[in-house]
Design a protein around this ligand. Sequence first.
Ligand code: XMP
Ligand code: MG
Length: 200
Amino acid sequence: MPTKPAKRSPRMKAGHRAEETLRVLISHSRIHTRVRQMAQEIRRDFPNEPMHLVGVLKGSILFLADLARELGGEVSFDFISVSSYGKGMDSTGEVKMIKDLDVSIEGRSVLVVEDILDTGLTLKYLLRLFEGRKPKHLRVAVLLDKVERRIADVRADYVGFVIPNEFVVGYGLDYDERYRNLPDVCVVRLGPRGKTKVEA
Ligand code: XMP
Ligand code: MG
C-alpha cells in the first residue's frame, strides 16, 4: 500500500532540505507594498518616459516582473547575466559577463533592476559598461541593500529594503539554485557540520 505523503509547508515545497534553517525576513505582502511604492517613485521621476528595464539574471526576475506591472506606461525589458558568486554563499570578487544585452541602450531611459546590492562590485561593473553605451538616463533599482557589506563606491537610486549582513533567499534569490520560488525573502543558515537547519 502506498504511504501517505507527509504534509509539507509551502517553504518545504520550494526545495527546503531538512538540514537547512530558513527564517522569513520580509514577507511577500511587505514586498508587494514596497514594490508598488518604488514604482510610484520611479514614475514620479520619469512620468511619461518609456522605461527600458535591464534585469540582472537570474535573481531579479520576480522583482522585475512585479515592478514592471506596477510601473505602467511604456516599458520594455532586456536581460544581462554576469557572475560574481560561485555555487555557495561566497563571492569570488571578480565579475564575469555571461550574457550581454540583446539590444542597444543608446538614447534610452534605462533602469537596471537588481535583486540585491552586496559588495557593489557587480553594480560597479554594470554601470561602467552601460555608461559607455550612452543611455539617455541610467538609474538603478534594487530590492535589497546590504549596506554594511559595501566595498565599491556605488549606490542605487531606488532601494526596497536595507537588510543586515545575512545570506538571503526567496523572491528570485537562490542558494545553489534552490528557493528562488519562495514568495518571501528568507534568511538561510547552515546547520552543524556545514549543513543547513528550518525555523518558522
Ligand atoms: P555584489 O557583491 O557584487 O553582489 O554586490 C551582488 C550579487 O551577489 C549575489 N548575492 C546574493 N545572492 N543571497 C543571494 O541569493 C544573498 O544574500 C546574496 N548576496 C549577494 C546576488 O546575485 C547579487 O546580484
Ligand atoms: Mg544577482
